[in-house]
Design a protein. Sequence first.
Length: 566
Amino acid sequence: MASTLPRLPIFEAIKSHNRQSTAIVHNPSGRTFTYGELLHDVADAAETLKEYAEGKKLVGERVAFLVENGYDYIVTLLSIFANHSIAVPLCTTFPNHELRYIIDQSEALMLLSSEKFQEKAAEVIKEGTENKPVVAVEKIKEGKKSSEHITLQEPKSKEGGMMLYTSGTTSRPKGVVLPLQVLTAQSHSLLTAWNYSSSDRLLHVLPLHHIHGVVNALLTPLLAGSSIEFLFPFNAQQVWERFASPFLPTSTNEKPKEKITFWTVVPTIYSRLLQTHDSLSPELKDGIKKALAPENLRINISGSAALPTPIKEAWTTLTGGNVLLERYGMTEVGMALSCGLSFSDRVDGSVGWPLPKVQARLVDTENGEIIKQGEELDEDGKERHGEIQLRGPTIFKEYWRNAEATASEFADGDDGGGKWFKTGDVAVRRIVEGAGQSEQAWAKGPMYFIMGRKSADIIKTGGEKVSALEVEREMLSLPEVSECAVVALPSDTWGQKVASVVVLTKTGLSAGKGGKAWGPMDMRRALKERLANYKIPQDMKIVESIPRNAMGKINKKALVKEIFGV
């Protein structure tokens, strides 16, 4: 159908890759697509999108879409970019009222759905939306094998990009506008830091309405010419089998699968994998050990939530020395901080250094002063807590239709370099002996350690500041604790007091006195040698599970209200 696409970095990259090399694999169905097929299908889909618009202009307009993870999602996303529109990916598991909120708030011109989700899309619109988007059903892409030459033309507009919605853990979800040049800058930053290449195969099990799944695990590998293999939704047994498959005996006529070299997920996925490992067969375990060894799985990354030390240590043991790389990011900024590729730069509890193209600073939470390098300790020798503030080409443009929120989240810079985005996350910075000695030029100097959200994870009790994440890390190292959330409760005596919500392990259910469940006093005794007394939770509630969103994050304000009634 079409033979042209705009000359955008993403299309220049795809066009430059080997046409015959594998771009996308859909693991459950076995469907495989090359970079040549991808380019043609995107060009055709971009023209089809114009037809769906029924004469309405697409430049700068929001196009919402309900499409399952895989090739069709990528073609849909890139066809929206090709029309200089703003892509609004919708979570296919969201209830209808949440989808309506996003469609209305984004003022979407169009709602695209795959055939699989056309009934859901029709229901959402039928139940009533404030605006009336054009509704269209995307047909399944089969991979267009064509000798037709796709040419790239100078773009007619600089608009277009993506709008992702915040997780809504502190307020109603906001639409974060990420222009295409911002997404490109974020991807190029990661290309430099993590050395994506055409020889990488990334196993993708993440949702695609969050920055982690889209930028880290989709746009960046596409720029690099990597192969992306979708295995969604996450299933521990299937993931174990896929990792191991290249290292297991195969029949003579069965083509062995490519090994996975790149893996980026959230801590809860590592936790679930570790929990299920013991039940696997000896043969499968042997294949997994080879698959996860550093010489095969070249990079394993954990992000989107704090990584408990026991999980990190258990993974290193299981893989024969592969150390998880931690990083820090958020919807508004993509990835901002990261540990380095060298194992010596993957320091426990640290998220590393500012990534290439990212400027970062700490602003003292007590007096608002910028904490300069070398001034990380106060007069009493205590570490100074500071809010992480960021700027550079990787930072989002605005909150959609929310000028007040946008203005309030940026601080003026006094050096002429522009405004700083206030992340709301608090960290300390410290030099770590032996780290920062690799050849990666950006991974130098003092490392950042996240203390938690300014609003929910920094607890002020009796004049002392407590990092909820630090306490959680210590609690999770106890054999009795499976999951936990450390929160602040109001206190007449201390201002705030530290409390915890805990899910017990099988050990914890009978570890208390007389074989009873492990309780608050048991917890305090266990933490006495690990934490200062003021950091140890005074209250503890035992629950069967702690609600988390798709990225493993906990809404602590809602949790406090539900569990403690305050």
